[in-house]
Unconditional design. Structure first.
Length: 306
């Protein structure tokens, strides 16, 4: 990685050697293959570091609510089980739940939407005015998606349904996605392709933030856009336009025929669409942009150390 971060794929920590005699000695972490067993030959099995941080996720804070007395069931993580109306398993059938107590994805936006759906269900509405009308066989249409949450709805849960809501990770750089990945599309029997645009290929990226990429997943040969994946500055903002492209059944040709303001990251959508139409030429253009970026980064590092 350009930032100097090394990623060990398919590995997990097995043992820790934390020095107690000296606060200057590094922590030694012994690695093993994911799920156990030795790493493939040639892989480093030990890491030395100054600090170890484990991100283990979150779980609903429902342990002290005495839910079992009311007949309310929870999943293995403590998430309250609900049906498509957000109604719990309470004996009286009059207890609804929404938000983080349901479990993943622990997002404010989905919690608000679930709360609205729950209130609508409480007062007897049989359907939401916002419910989509799906065509038969349309994999990108979600019914009752906002009501689905937690591990209990696998594989149709809100957390695993790629069309239920856009996912954003506010890291540095940001990462976001909506819709299908190429692998997911192929597993669903869809002939899918993917097209990539580098941040360094658009004017705003070259000037302000060249490290990043945008990828479109599309159906062949029609070109309908099935998914959008972004890593780079403002990815969590840009994904909402991608979501509308997927939901409105837009195609690669729609993007190539659209005009975008020059100094915006939205140009990346058109660049990626053009790459779908000329894969060989797109690879050459990305290689040229990557080479120019590498030279720029080397020059910057040389200047910093001078």
């Amino acid at each position: 990685m350009r930032s100097g971060i090394r990623i060990e794929r398919g590995a997990q920590a097995r043992e820790f050697d934390v020095p107690i005699q000296s606060d200057r000695a590094p922590i030694k972490i012994t690695l093993e293959a994911k799920g156990g067993g030795p790493l493939p030959e040639g892989r480093d099995s030990e890491i030395k570091c100054d600090a170890y941080l484990a991100a283990v996720g979150r779980k609903p804070n429902t342990g002290n609510l005495n839910l079992n007395v009311a007949g309310i069931q929870v999943d293995e993580y403590g998430g309250i089980l609900v049906d498509s109306r957000l109604c719990t398993t309470a004996k009286a059938g009059n207890v609804f739940a929404a938000g983080d107590v349901l479990g993943r994805p622990f997002l404010a936006s989905t919690g608000v939407a679930q709360s609205k759906a729950a209130v609508t269900s409480m007062f007897g509405a049989t359907h939401s005015v916002d419910a989509p009308q799906c065509e038969e066989g349309d994999v990108a249409c979600v019914v009752d998606g906002i009501a689905q949450a937690g591990a209990s709805f696998d594989p149709a849960s809100l957390s695993s349904n790629p069309f239920a809501f856009p996912t954003g990770v506010w890291s540095s750089p940001e990462a976001s996605y909506y819709g299908l990945s190429t692998q997911q599309a192929q597993e669903m029997g869809i002939e899918a392709g993917e097209a990539i645009a580098l941040y360094a290929q658009c004017l705003r990226g070259r000037v302000f933030s060249p490290n990043g990429l945008l990828k479109l997943v599309f159906e062949k040969p029609a070109g309908r856009i099935l998914g959008v994946h972004i890593c780079g500055d403002d990815a969590c903002e840009l994904i909402h336009y991608g979501m509308e492209l997927v939901k409105s059944r837009r195609t690669i040709m729609d993007l190539t025929n659209s005009l975008y303001s020059a100094v915006t990251f939205h140009e990346l959508y058109k660049i990626a669409a053009q790459a779908a139409l000329d894969e060989a030429g797109a690879r050459k253009r990305r290689a040229q942009a990557g080479k120019a970026l590498a030279q720029r980064n080397r020059a910057s590092r040389t200047k910093e150390t001078a």
